[in-house]
Design a protein around this ligand. Structure first.
Ligand code: GLN
Ligand code: ZN
Length: 784
């Protein structure tokens, strides 16, 4: 057997082995790669900047891997994953494994190294990067494989095998993890020039031989388990797609013999048909399910689970930062044990821990009580093992009772509950909230007051954030400069931004958001019920991380948040100054949300807080208020059957924020994507007076909605140029775009604005671009 072919055991391996005899049936789907203090981020960026060598990067990566393996092994985890580490993205790693490098990167065969790998990820001087897109409904982004009939697949990256061996040399026998072949293809897109109708799944027999080579090497290296991540199984798949799973896993049968095979699913429950397909796969020995988001998973398993197979029960939430309710998980696990048998149940995480923060030990400043309610990745590993031990009859009483005490404190803590807020939010549920007058009458009333030209110009909110500005904010936060000095500095900045806009002759101004670091954090810091971490970073893409606030309690607004700055800005100009708020759905979707009440309830609470702010702005004389819902679409559930419910409460939450304003107060909203053909009716139902949307990278898509005759009566500002690029658009180019829009939209509803905020641009780019934008609008006005 494979065990006999091992090299002589080292001391380390020996100690691990003796330990593994005691290891309980515990498993981790995957682990964050960035490191507890974002070590990988800094190593990557330094390497990309040419400040350190490939060896330096390799060393940081190897150290991170070994500390993760050691940590899991010390915790007593039996099934420890390998190959879930990545220097950029696990899907790109799979593309490299399959040698599916698009020809433009000039790869000539051989093992794929950093140069080709990072060129695909980030582009290089002559070639742009591959596209990236959201990984299911997470904030993680993967690199989309570009495939077609011409691709010659070949085994071009031995990363999975290398990492398995690396762990083994450290004495840790891991479960190598591969993105499953069917999900890989379903996550791909046809390469440029390939017919859109090309069936990506038709490539299955071309990629399986590479998987077979990998499996052979893993077996030879001593692997006894393999994990295939097939998260696509939770989506709405058709019979043809399900058939591909049956085909792939039976085609792999010979390669899989002698291995235990885990197929892992996550982010939702597996639909009934898919569950049947999955659990009928003969070559598979274990099935992993998400029992946190997969609310129907338990029922599915109760309805039938193949005998003799392993169930990897994902009871510890990989998508959130809350400590597990161990008592209730244990009940679930015991029920499952009754179905699958004692020796066939493995305790696991709901998905990879990639989507949660790394380690709570690096949060010394976090309030102690709140901290007792939390578990980051490192703590979740311990929870998984504690549950497995408890199942095996070795419950750690101290650990369980501390957990129960924390759960109880979370339930009863006055920090969490604000009865007035609870009542107000509950009262919202049954009723609808809409402005009394319809949008066209409102627009008339607003126009009388605002007296704007046709094709009015505006911007989305932020102006360039200079180093100086960031320093001022940082110093104020650290109490290094006085409040008075801070206010002076920000005031000066606002004044500058106002003057620039007046000189440019923009019609509706913004204050530039110089006081804001981040559009969610700024509000979270001023609302009750939010906590902030020092190191609670989660990978977004490549080296980029986000640090979501934690919503732990009922949300309320102790005092006005933006009125001071907005009225100061308005006092500097006669032109309308937009009040600038982040909407409730965006605040919700970009935070770690409490799990002790439905998401919509938390959203309604935020909506009420924003409603107070909207009304205070109105009272202060602000007549145009923008409520950004940049992330509304992101929250769309994975399964179509759940879309309507989500959209209903999300849109309702938005309307709550502004249902109480006068007809003459103009409500704007902004969205960071144009891909909303499928949710256009919900967007209309938001009933904003004006919506500005990203558009410049996909004119056609957006315009097609209106060409198809969707009735749209509110103001609309499809972005006329791309703010993600330093390129300065010409007046002609912008005018051309506006004319295209005028072909499908009435001239009296069209606004002229950039795609999004200007925060990341430089003044040298912003001034000429906006100047061309205003010139284009003025020129077209004369022709209307
Ligand atoms: N008002 C915000 C800004 O301009 C909007 C940002 C966003 O949509 N992401 O920065
Ligand atoms: Zn935007």
């Amino acid at each position: 057997t494979a065990t006999n072919s091992h090299s002589p055991p080292s001391l380390l391996r020996f100690s691990f082995r003796s330990f593994s005899i005691r290891a309980m049936a515990s498993h981790i789907v995957g682990y964050p790669r960035m490191g507890p203090k974002r070590e990988l981020k800094f190593a990557l960026e330094s390497f990309w900047d040419g400040k350190s060598s490939a060896e330096d990067l390799q060393k940081v990566a190897a150290d991170l891997r070994s500390s993760i393996w050691k940590q899991m092994s010390d915790a007593g985890i039996k099934f420890i994953p390998s190959n879930t580490f990545s220097c950029y993205d696990q899907v790109l790693d799979t593309t490299a494994m399959l040698g599916a490098v698009p020809p433009r990167y000039g790869w000539n065969g051989g093992e794929i190294g950093f140069d080709v790998y990072f060129s695909m990820a980030r582009g290089n001087a002559s070639v742009p990067a591959m596209e990236m897109t959201k990984w299911f409904d997470t904030n993680y982004h993967y690199i989309v494989p570009e495939l077609g009939p011409e691709v010659n697949f070949s085994y071009a990256s031995h990363k999975a095998v290398n990492e398995y061996k690396e762990a083994k040399a450290l004495g840790v026998d891991t479960v190598p993890v591969l993105v499953g072949p069917v999900s890989y293809l379903l996550l791909s897109k046809p390469a440029k020039g390939v017919e859109k109708s090309f069936s990506l799944l038709s490539l299955i027999d071309k990629i399986l031989p590479v998987y077979q080579e990998v499996l052979a090497e893993l077996k030879a290296a001593g692997a006894s388990w393999i994990q295939f991540d097939e998260p696509k199984l939770v989506m709405d798949l058709g019979a043809h797609e399900l058939q591909a799973f049956t085909h792939a896993y039976s085609a792999l049968e010979a390669s899989l013999s002698g291995l235990n095979v885990l197929v892992e699913t996550y982010f939702a429950d597996v639909p009934v048909e898919a569950y049947k397909t999955l659990t009928s796969l003969k070559s598979v020995t274990g099935f992993g399910f998400d029992l946190v988001r997969g609310t129907k998973t338990l029922e599915l398993i109760k309805g039938g689970f193949p005998s003799g197979k392993y169930l990897f029960a994902g009871v510890v939430d990989g998508r959130n930062i809350w400590a597990n309710n161990l008592g209730s998980s244990l009940d679930t696990l015991k029920a499952l044990e009754g179905i699958v048998g004692k020796d066939k149940l493995v305790v696991s995480t709901s998905c990879s821990l990639l989507h949660t923060a790394v380690d709570l030990v690096n949060e010394p400043k976090l309030d102690k009580e709140i901290k007792s309610w939390l578990a980051f990745a490192a703590q979740k590993v311990v929870e998984v093992n504690a549950l497995a031990k408890a199942l095996a009859g070795q419950q750690d009483e101290a650990f369980f009772s501390a957990n129960a005490a924390a759960q109880a404190s979370r339930k009863s803590s006055p920090r969490v509950t604000n009865e007035a807020v609870q009542k107000a939010a509950v009262a919202l549920k049954g009723s609808d909230h809409r402005r009394a007058t319809n949008v066209s009458a409102r627009l008339d009333a607003q126009q009388k007051k605002l007296n704007l030209p046709i094709l009015p110009t505006t911007t989305i909110g932020s102006f360039p954030q200079t180093m100086d500005l960031r320093r001022v904010r940082r110093e104020y936060k650290a109490k290094k400069i006085s409040e008075q000095n801070y206010v002076e500095a920000i005031k000066e900045e606002i004044n500058k931004v106002v003057k620039i806009q007046e000189e440019l002759d923009i019609d509706v101004l913004v204050h530039g958001e110089p006081e804001r670091n981040d559009m969610v954090e700024y509000f979270g810091e001023q609302l009750s019920g939010f906590a902030f971490t020092a190191n609670g970073w989660v990978q977004s893409y490549g080296s980029r991380c986000v640090k979501p606030p934690i919503i732990y309690g009922d949300v309320s607004r102790p005092k006005a948040m933006t009125v001071f700055w907005s009225s100061m800005a308005q006092s500097m100009t006669k032109r309308p100054m937009k009040g600038m708020l982040t909407g409730p759905v965006t605040i919700l979707n970009w935070s770690f949300v409490r799990n002790d009440q439905p998401r919509f309830e938390t959203c309604y609470q935020i909506a009420l807080a924003i409603k107070d702010e909207v009304e205070d702005l109105e009272k202060a004389g602000i007549t145009v208020i923008q409520i950004d819902e940049a992330a509304l679409r992101e929250g769309l559930p994975l399964r179509k059957s759940e879309h309507a419910f989500y959209l209903n409460w999300a849109v309702h939450s938005f309307r709550i924020t502004n249902c109480g304003v006068e007809d003459t107060t103009q409500i704007h909203t902004h969205m960071c994507y144009s891909n909303f053909n499928d949710i256009i009716h919900s967007i209309i139902d938001m009933d904003a007076d004006v919506i500005t949307i990203e558009n410049s990278r996909s004119d056609e898509k957006l315009l097609s909605v209106f060409r198809e005759g969707v009735k749209y009566g509110a103001g609309i500002g499809p972005g006329v140029y791309d703010i993600h690029s330093p390129r300065i658009p010409s007046e002609e180019e912008i005018a051309d775009r506006i004319e295209k829009m005028l072909a499908v939209l009435e001239s009296n509803i069209l606004w002229v604005n950039p795609d999004c905020g200007l925060k990341t641009r430089k003044y040298a780019e912003v001034k000429p671009a906006l100047s061309n934008m205003v010139a284009a609008a003025k020129h077209l006005r004369t022709k209307l």
